[in-house]
Design a protein around this ligand. Sequence first.
Ligand SMILES: [Zn+2]
Length: 476
Amino acid sequence: MRQAAFTVLSLLLLGPSLIHAAPHDAAHHASTQLGTAHGSPRPWRRLSDAIIRKIWRLPEHQKSLGREHVTGDHIVAQYSEDVVLRFKIRTVEEASALADAADTLFLDVWEFNDDWADLRIAKDVVPSLLGLLPPSLQKAHEPLMQDRELAQAIFDSYPSPSTQSHESDRFSPNLRPSHRTAKGHPFFQDYQPLSVINPWMSLMSSMFTTHVRRIAVGKSYEGRDIPALRVGVHPTNNDQPSEPRKTVIITGGSHAREWISTSTVNYLAWSLINGYGKDREMTRLLEEFDFVLVPTLNPDGYMYSWETDRLWRKNRQPTSLRFCRGVDLDRSYPYKWNGDSTRSNPCSESFAGDAPFDGVEAQRFAEWARNETESNNVEIVGFLDLHSYSQQILYPYSYSCDEEPPAIEDLEELALGLAKAIRVSRKGHAYKVTSACEGNVAFANKKKTILPRIESSGHTCQQASWLAQLSSARSA
Ligand SMILES: [Zn+2]
């Protein structure tokens, strides 16, 4: 394939504590009926929306949400001593000092851009942090979440009692009841655990056999399938050998706690599935392309974030340090692997493993994609990886601003188009479009590489470049 046709973007979505699991009315967007253009209704079309809604509530599975593991008391005990601070950054020196201090104290960096950094930190560690900073930074911070706001936000991220059969009084009275309203489709009203997502995916494939298949793109370290839906309509009655199937991959959840990315992949899957045969554009897309939708590349971490630690980020494989599990899957891909900076620190949220492809799920996903390309007549033409916190659309490369990917103009145009579509459809919601390398610009001039931007330095570069390599290898 031409490199120019391969497009890779990373989309950072609004933080999980700040938004519902998906846009409201997810399943109720009116789709244009195509009338008789596509012949008689396929069997699944005869199912009324009411039946779909009824099935979709999955009452038998809702009982195994994992919420029994997570009570209000548990959340308060785990997170009430943490705050989230935003530091305003004015100079390269300030940025450098803050990055060093965050590294020294193993802080959880939520965002680090040219203007500010958001850090999660235990209240009693704040004096130590300030002690490491230059005077100009010591007062240049404000709390984004204090007291119990983080615990409350975490509490709010679990399925709301209004859409559950669970009783809300199991939660601590110290936390306010969630004030979310129960609008929209129940499946997208809340975040869903793996115990609901898995049967939902099976349900989709059994209901919509004409254009949906449930697949796995690998197995996790703990032996779980990495589930995916392949959505598309293959040409039939064709005696000629078929051309490689153009395929777009959309992934979420490689960082466990970024639940909104998982829900958004499911929402995209549903939009494509439900739009087929109803919406002309969706139908055309599914005739032209396959979409492989992977809601959670990191199922072990996702489970762990539901049952044990809501803010867990990495996968769950052991490291050389017994008490610090997990590899950052984003940084595990081999192209321009940058693991030397974290190799000595398995406790880092950005730990890339001891060597390229140490992250089990990253390696398995890579093997799957290679096999698809080499043996299954698939041509991967696009890759979108969803993450959360900060609203940005990032395109490659991340490892260096000195190098440009092939077809940089196409990537920029696509990213700008995506931002525009979000702005128009979400009433002015602004997403920043930038190269993933931009976070390092301030440091590049001084030949100092600091990568505290957790959400923008790994995934776009390595994962995407690795897929691009696959594509070009195929064309070679
Ligand atoms: Zn992420």
